[in-house]
Design a protein around this ligand. Structure first.
Ligand code: GAP
Length: 461
């Protein structure tokens, strides 16, 4: 068996396209850089990822509530948060082929670390010092423009009917958590939450990423799952340590292998942050950020209090203490989670002379839970019985009926999309009223009475 991390990204990308997980956006028009569409199995998988996240974050917690705030917000929010002035990446252009790259990525490729908080001048200086070593990833030349900072916020003309709207733009949100901060007071006033409490949200975010790299790892339109936890200043670090433990456990519970996860501590903190760690996953291109778990102090609510003119302080009814709540954050992308799940589960196996590709992912996440086959497609009695079983099971699970091709091919196809169980209706089924149920990972088959199938799958997923 092959080690998962020896599998190249190409194999994952090819499986995603071939089997209907992920397609390049607008493909028939030549594509649209750094944007992807999720196909039939992709949308099931991402729905399951979001369901598990919501269950952990909201359903199982008495102290965390949900929110769905709008993508468009008052542009002042992005001034208060610092995004209009500081949310930028260092960009450089190749003078030969005119492709643009992130300076910190080019430096990273030659083993030099550049901090995203550096000024344009500092970045330029480091870049100049290492110029000889750096080549354009597209054409291989080393003739570059000056480095400059490029703001990542995506602008729009919503509600602005003038021709020079770019002078006064609104923004597609660059992160979902700002919608949480500006609704903190609404939630406090309309529900029974008391500090410490959290607000969780899943939604789209948009960033003008300079380079499209590594498939859905870095895209310009993506979905975030963010939870912001509001605490007293004294309890911030205690809650932060709890959250760190819970977040790592969440990935282990999703079936991600422990050896493919690690903590990365930020050495260069933004001025307001108390502590910041990322959970990194060992993608085929190395350990990279999957989720950020950060202790943000009172920066967010202080800024929004200042810019909105509203009092966002909290009065503790028991101690009568008044303070601006401190925030600890858990933030992860749906696409990055999906990529980690796919990389972790992707397996190539030899079975005798043959080989198979199988997605050994958690049953909770599998897009299709059960596939139902008649052994032969042209035997009406088998097709009829298989359809009956499919129609019964689909009430409780996402199932697939397949009567095409030979049975071996049908099994291989379901293995590739990670279906945990395949049911086959054969001639014995007609006499004995039972079917074979095949397990994805062991490939072992059991005969189960048709009337017992619901019981057999109960609590399986
Ligand atoms: N509110 C904090 C925040 O947005 P971030 O580190 O910029 O922090 C958090 O993003 C998470 O969102 C990342 O850990 C990653 O999982 C996901 N993410 C960020 N940018 C992304 C992009 N361009 N494409 C896909 N996922 C992205």
């Amino acid at each position: 068996m092959k080690n998962k991390n020896e599998n190249s990204m190409d194999k994952i990308v090819s499986l995603c396209k071939r089997r209907g997980f992920i397609f390049p956006s607008s493909e028939i028009y030549g594509g649209f850089s750094a944007v992807y569409d999720y196909g039939p199995y992709g949308v099931e998988l991402t729905n399951n990822i979001k369901k598990e996240w919501w269950k952990t974050m909201v359903q199982m917690r008495e102290d965390i509530v949900g929110l769905d705030s709008a993508i468009f917000m008052n542009p002042k929010i992005w001034e208060a948060s610092g995004h209009t002035s500081g949310f930028s990446d260092p960009l450089i252009e190749c003078k030969k082929c005119h492709s643009r790259s992130r300076v910190d990525h080019l430096l990273e490729d030659v083993g030099v670390f550049a901090d995203e908080k550096m000024s344009e001048e500092e970045i330029q200086e480091i870049f100049s010092e290492n110029r000889e070593k750096i080549k354009c990833p597209k054409c291989g030349q080393s003739d570059f423009s000056e480095a400059r900072k490029f703001n990542l916020l995506v602008q729009a003309n919503l509600g602005n009917f003038t021709s020079d709207w770019t002078k006064d733009p609104v923004y597609l949100r660059g992160e979902t958590c700002q919608g949480i901060y500006v609704n903190y007071k609404n939630i406090l006033d309309s529900t029974r939450v008391k500090i410490p409490f959290g607000i969780a949200q899943i939604g789209k975010a948009f960033r003008n990423e300079i380079t499209a790299r590594q498939f859905v790892f870095r895209t310009r339109e993506f979905e975030q799952m963010e939870m912001q936890y509001f605490t007293s200043p004294e309890k911030e670090m205690e809650e932060y340590e709890k959250l760190r433990k819970e977040r790592l456990k969440y990935y282990l519970d999703l079936g991600i292998k422990k050896e493919n996860l690690k903590w990365h501590k930020h050495e260069n903190l933004v001025f307001y942050a108390k502590e910041a760690y990322d959970i990194e996953y060992k993608y085929p291109f190395g350990f990279k950020e999957l989720e950020g778990v950060h202790a943000r102090g009172d920066y967010d609510l202080s800024q929004h209090g200042k810019f909105s003119g509203k009092d966002l302080s909290y009065l503790d009814q028991t101690t009568k203490e008044k303070y601006i709540p401190h925030i600890i954050e858990s933030s992860v992308g749906v696409g990055r989670t999906m990529l980690a799940v796919l990389c972790d589960g992707y397996t190539e196996e030899k079975i005798g002379e043959e080989s198979r590709t199988v997605l050994k992912i958690s049953k909770k996440l599998s897009p299709i839970k059960i596939a139902v086959f008649p052994l032969l497609k042209n035997k009406d009695e088998l097709v009829k019985k298989a359809k009956e079983i499919f129609n019964r099971l689909k009430i409780s699970y996402i199932c697939e009926f397949d009567a095409s091709g030979n049975i071996g091919k049908r099994y291989r196809r379901q293995d590739e999309i990670g279906t945990p169980h395949c049911i086959t209706v054969d001639f014995d089924s007609l006499e004995k009223n039972d079917v074979t149920v095949r397990d994805r990972d062991t490939m072992k088959q059991k005969r189960i009475k048709i009337e017992d199938l619901e019981d057999y799958f109960k609590d399986s997923f």
